[in-house]
Ligand binder design. Structure first.
Ligand code: PLP
Ligand code: SF4
Length: 337
């Protein structure tokens, strides 16, 4: 495992996270140029409806000249995406049937998930929402969603998701927090975000003060898949979030070519522990069209879990889960005894 960025990738300096996002790498040629890879050595796609997108700071954590780099594999569009695979569909987790008002998904009785924006800082090729019709969700309309939550007193927790909710401006986040905190039965605000890992520059003092200045209890579920994603900036961002009294959890997706080797998963969970981030879920891949080449079988996943349980303290072992459309919770996957 190499956690050291190659000295030959110089990260351009961006004065703000918004600028870093605007300047993110969107062209395959540019990406391969940074990584000194020959386009002919990869079966990559330069045009796809779910385009390449990756911030420079994430590219700088990839290994130069290494076509199988685990960070590169997460964002590199491959020709394999165009091969249909049986059982891989546009909406594998039943988001459309759970949508109660545009952009609000209510699957489980006491918590709702809000698709607060359709944008992400980087495009993960295995994303289960890669075909989500974001344009139809009126992502910016708060009133309908707040009215729905107000009318359902069983809802105690609201998850801002997307896309990535930390791509909302501070002002918009502030509006969400103020709106939600006026609803007495809502106790917890949860953010499902990759930004502290992918673009740690987003964790600004202004953001921290917005997240601290609320009566809601704030939980952040990060999404890291590999130890190589951690660097000094990520460590500092996580430390600042901890100091702001935010509970930090992590969910990962089990991905062939990224983290399907025992050492990858062990290192990831050790480094999460070092950063005081509690492992939460390890997801079996959602069968979304275009992602079949990432699949790891259930038998292989269970054997990996056995190795994690043997070699990690119990509190650093994630729950292996699978999402089944219509099921009342994420289904734990256990060894058969
Ligand atoms: C995953 C998910 C949640 C959160 O489930 P937890 O098991 O509490 O993490 C809530 N709502 C929807 C629609 C989800 O997909
Ligand atoms: S950050 Fe999350 S929502 Fe965005 S592309 Fe990646 S997996 Fe999908």
């Amino acid at each position: 495992m190499s956690a050291t960025p190659s000295p030959s990738i110089a990260v351009p300096h961006f004065s703000s996270w918004q600028q870093a996002l605007r300047e993110a790498v969107r062209s395959l040629d540019e990406l391969l140029h940074w990584l000194q890879l020959d386009p002919h050595s990869l079966t990559a796609l330069s045009h796809t409806p779910f385009p390449l997108r990756v911030p420079h700071s994430y590219v700088a954590r990839m290994q130069v000249g290494h076509p199988d780099d685990p960070l590169l594999r997460q964002i590199l569009p491959l020709r394999a995406e165009q091969q249909g695979a049986i059982g891989f569909i546009a909406d594998p987790v039943g988001d459309q049937q759970a949508q109660k008002t545009p952009g609000l998904l209510h699957k489980y009785p006491n918590r709702v998930l809000i698709v607060a924006t359709g944008s992400c800082a980087l495009h993960c090729r295995y994303c289960f929402r890669r075909h989500y019709p974001y344009a139809n969700t009126q992502a910016q309309d708060y009133t309908d969603k707040l009215a729905y939550i107000q009318a359902h007193p069983k809802i105690t927790e609201v998850i801002l998701s997307g896309g990535d909710p930390l791509l909302l401006s501070d002002e918009r986040l502030q509006i969400w927090l103020r709106g939600l905190s006026t609803i007495p039965h809502v106790h917890t605000l949860r953010l499902h975000t990759r930004l502290p890992i992918v673009l740690p520059q987003r964790i600004t003092p202004e953001l921290l003060s917005i997240l601290s200045d609320t009566r809601l209890s704030v939980v952040m579920v990060l999404h890291a898949n590999h130890a190589q994603e951690f660097n000094v900036e990520v460590s500092e961002a996580l430390k600042a979030l901890r100091k702001a009294d935010i509970l930090l959890l992590n969910q990962s997706v089990l991905l062939r070519g990224v983290n399907h080797r025992p050492d990858d998963l062990l290192h990831l969970h050790k480094i999460l522990g070092e950063h005081r981030v509690m492992p939460y879920y390890l997801h079996l891949l959602d069968k979304v069209a275009g992602a079949a080449h990432f699949e790891v079988s259930e038998a292989e996943a269970l054997s990996l879990m056995h190795q994690l349980r043997t070699q990690l303290p119990g509190y650093l072992v994630p729950q292996l889960v699978r999402e089944i459309a219509g099921h009342p919770y994420k289904q734990p996957v256990f060894e058969k005894t």
